[in-house]
Design a protein. Structure first.
Length: 120
């Protein structure tokens, strides 16, 4: 997960721990690029606002060498222009950080990994 807000990272780790996810974190674009060049991830969760680069620009950098890893783009700005832009750049999914964000993030991660749980 590429996210510069430690509180948000901690909440995500707590919320996703019930599914036995391992959450590796990068706090900026530079750290994220170093990690994705040295490790293969099952999925990447990428925030829009980062201290050194926009998430959209980082998405383009990642897609330049990794066309297959699912990337879920998240942002506090529910902006249709950003949504359209990042989907054009190769995001697998787009989730605004609004009501029930953590539940939707968990569902989308499972869907993108092909592990969607059956409806009850």
């Amino acid at each position: 997960m590429v996210e510069d807000n430690q509180d948000h990272l901690d909440l995500c780790k707590e919320f996703l721990s019930s599914d036995d996810f391992f959450l590796d974190a990068a706090k900026d674009g530079r750290e994220a690029m170093s990690k994705v060049h040295s490790m293969k991830y099952d999925i990447i969760v990428l925030d829009y606002r980062l201290p050194d680069v926009t998430g959209a620009d980082l998405l383009r950098q990642i897609r330049a060498f990794d066309k297959t890893t699912p990337i879920i783009f998240v942002t506090a700005m529910d902006d249709p222009d950003i949504s359209f832009q990042v989907m054009q750049y190769g995001a697998s999914d787009y989730i605004p950080k609004t009501f029930q964000y953590y539940e939707r993030l968990r569902e989308r991660i499972l869907e993108n990994l092909g592990r969607a749980k059956p409806e009850e």
